[in-house]
Design a protein around this ligand. Structure first.
Ligand SMILES: Nc1ncnc2c1ncn2[C@@H]1O[C@H](COP(=O)(O)OP(=O)(O)OP(=O)(O)O)[C@@H](O)[C@H]1O
Length: 257
């Protein structure tokens, strides 16, 4: 593909008179991981929710490169088209797995449900694929009938990842995917994510305040402050040679802690 998978131009989101994010323009290329970083309140979640179609924007454009070759603004898609996109071509990994899972149905059903949403009807095949995906996220096959309420935080997050990836999406949005996990569990989930993203050639937009997560997962970084982009560039360059004083402060604060 010689064009971006997602293209954002002059995006703004206001909350009344208050600016959530403004003057945001960037592209995401197929297979690329872009990290959005910044301190609490800098507008990361507002931006992520706007570009993933979960929050209305105030102005600007967000265009998505559809599988059929169209490159429409999300606002020009019908509600049904947008919903289909969210269930199939896109994934959204929440910080809190409970927001992305159905806690009272089995692990297998959590994964299988997404397959049914794209038209799979064969029970045996759905169960087979679900088992395979549980394996890929390192959940033992004999847990398939257990509900996520009985899982640890790390297992829940891995299950949420499987639920998102089973339909072979092309673009995944992640909001602090390891933010709610114990430090000891974070590394395993990050490692798993990194492997899957690379194996599947996924494009990812990940919001994190953790520069180590950005370093490990992303190729490109967008640094936000007070709702605006203050710096953008290749992740290694931004972290090793930050140009903007705010980025320098962010990097320095990590080194000191
Ligand atoms: N529904 C809302 N109504 C009013 N203001 C809001 C709303 N949601 C967010 N804001 C404000 O917009 C700004 C950006 O918030 P946002 O949640 O996008 O930041 P963030 O960088 O994701 O922060 P955090 O890392 O703490 O989640 C903040 O000042 C916040 O108070």
């Amino acid at each position: 593909m010689t064009s971006p998978i997602l293209s954002v131009r002059d995006l703004e989101r206001r909350y009344g008179d208050f600016i959530g994010c403004t003057d945001i323009s960037f592209d995401v290329w197929p297979g690329e991981v872009v990290a959005i970083v910044g301190e609490s309140g800098s507008g990361k979640t507002t931006l992520l929710n706007c570009i993933s179609g979960r929050l209305d924007r105030s102005s600007g454009s967000i265009r998505y490169n559809m599988r059929d070759g169209r490159f429409p603004d999300l606002a020009d898609l019908s509600e049904a088209e947008r919903r289909f996109l969210m269930r199939t071509d896109w994934g959204f990994v929440h910080q809190n797995p409970a927001d992305g899972l159905r806690m009272r149905v089995s692990a297998g059903a959590n994964v299988g449900e997404r397959l049914m949403a794209i038209g799979d009807r064969h029970y045996g095949e759905i169960r087979h694929t679900a088992t395979e995906w549980l394996g890929r996220v390192e959940i033992a096959g004999d847990r398939i009938d257990d509900k996520p309420v009985a899982f640890s935080g790390g297992m829940r997050q891995r299950l949420q990842i499987a639920r998102n990836l089973v339909t072979r999406p092309r673009l995944i949005f992640m909001d602090e995917p390891t933010g709610g996990l114990d430090v000891s569990v974070q590394a395993r989930v990050l490692d798993l994510l990194r492997g899957l993203v690379s194996d599947l050639g996924l494009a990812v937009v990940i919001v994190t305040h953790d520069l180590a997560v950005a370093r490990l997962l992303s190729q490109r970084m967008i640094v936000m402050k007070s709702g605006r982009i203050v710096e953008t560039g290749l992740t290694d360059r931004v972290l090793d040679d930050p140009h903007h004083p705010y980025t320098q402060l962010l990097v320095a604060s990590i080194l000191e802690s």
